[in-house]
Design a protein around this ligand. Structure first.
Ligand code: SAM
Length: 238
C-alpha cells in the first residue's frame, strides 16, 4: 500500500458506513528538476521504513547540499579543512559504531583532478576531485565504492537508507558508467537497490579548453536509493 508523503488522506467508509481516512497514492517523480535539498527532503519523507535519523553525510565538504535544511546531520569528510563532526575516511569509518545511523548520504567525487589552473583548482576544492582516477583504476572512481558500501552497511540500522548521488563521466575518451557500477556493487554489498531518480542540472559543466564534443553534455546525475534490508515495500514507521 502506498502512503501520501504530503499527509493528505482519501475518504473511505468502513463496514459500518463510517468514514475512515485512507492513505492516498502519492508517487515521487523519477525525474527531479528541483534542488538537492528539496529532493533529499522528498526522499526522507517517502522511503523510510524506520525513523530516518540520525543522518550521516559521509562526504560533507562544506555541506552545500543541506543549506536551508532543518535536519540535524552528522558530517564526515576526509579533508580536515572542512572541520566536520567526524574527520575520516568513509571507507574505514574508524570509531563509528555499528547500527548507529538511520540514513547515510553519499556524494563522492565524480571526476579526477582537473589540471592546474586557478579555476580548476577551485573546482577540485568544491567537488573533492583530488582522488586518483588514472590508468591503474581503469579511469574511473568506482573503486571507491566497495569499501565504503561495506562500512555503510555496517553503520546503518537494519532497514536504514543509503542515499547516493552518483554522476557518470567521460574519462580517457570513454564513457564511465559510475551509476551502473554503484548499483551492482551496492547489491553485492547486501543492499537492496530500491530506486533511481534522475536529477536534472540547469547548466552543464563546460570548459573553454574543450574543442570537439564526442559525447552528450551531461545535464543530469542520479540519486540511488538503497535499503539495508531485503525489501523495497515499506511499512510506515510512526
Ligand atoms: C562532491 S564533494 C561533496 C559535496 C557536498 N555533498 C556538498 O553538498 O557540499 C565530495 C567530498 O567527499 C570528500 N571525500 C572524498 N573521499 C572521501 C573519503 N574516502 N572519505 C570521506 N570523504 C571523502 C571530499 O573531500 C569532498 O569534500
Amino acid at each position: 500500500m502506498e502512503y501520501a508523503t504530503n499527509g493528505h488522506l482519501n475518504g473511505h467508509t468502513n463496514g459500518n458506513g463510517i468514514a475512515t481516512p485512507q492513505p492516498k497514492y502519492a508517487p515521487l517523480s523519477s525525474v527531479w528538476e528541483g534542488s538537492d535539498i528539496e529532493l533529499l527532503e522528498a526522499m526522507l519523507n517517502f522511503y523510510p521504513s524506520i525513523k530516518p535519523s540520525p543522518i550521516l553525510d559521509a562526504t560533507y565538504n562544506t555541506g552545500r547540499m543541506w543549506k536551508g535544511s532543518k535536519r540535524r546531520v552528522v558530517s564526515m569528510d576526509i579533508d580536515p579543512k572542512y572541520k566536520t563532526d567526524i574527520v575520516g575516511d568513509n571507507r574505514i569509518m574508524e570509531g563509528v559504531a555499528s547500527r548507529r545511523f538511520g540514513v547515510v548520504v553519499y556524494d563522492p567525487p565524480h571526476v579526477g583532478p582537473q589540471g592546474r589552473d586557478k579555476s580548476v583548482k577551485r573546482f577540485d576544492e568544491d567537488f573533492g576531485a583530488h582522488v586518483e582516477c588514472g590508468k591503474e583504476h581503469n579511469w574511473t572512481l568506482s573503486y571507491l565504492y566497495p569499501p565504503f558500501l561495506e562500512q555503510a552497511k555496517r553503520i546503518l540500522k537494519p532497514n536504514g537508507l543509503l542515499l547516493a548521488k552518483i554522476t557518470d563521466m567521460v574519462n580517457s575518451h570513454r564513457s564511465k558508467w559510475a551509476h551502473c557500477d554503484f548499483m551492482r556493487m551496492a547489491e553485492e554489498a547486501g543492499f537492496t537497490v530500491c530506486d533511481l531518480i534522475v536529477k536534472i542540472r540547469n547548466g552543464p559543466m563546460i570548459s573553454n579548453k574543450w574543442q570537439h564534443a564526442h559525447h552528450a553534455r551531461k545535464r543530469h546525475c542520479f540519486w540511488i536509493i538503497c535499503r539495508n534490508g531485503t525489501s523495497c515495500e515499506r511499512e510506515r514507521y510512526h
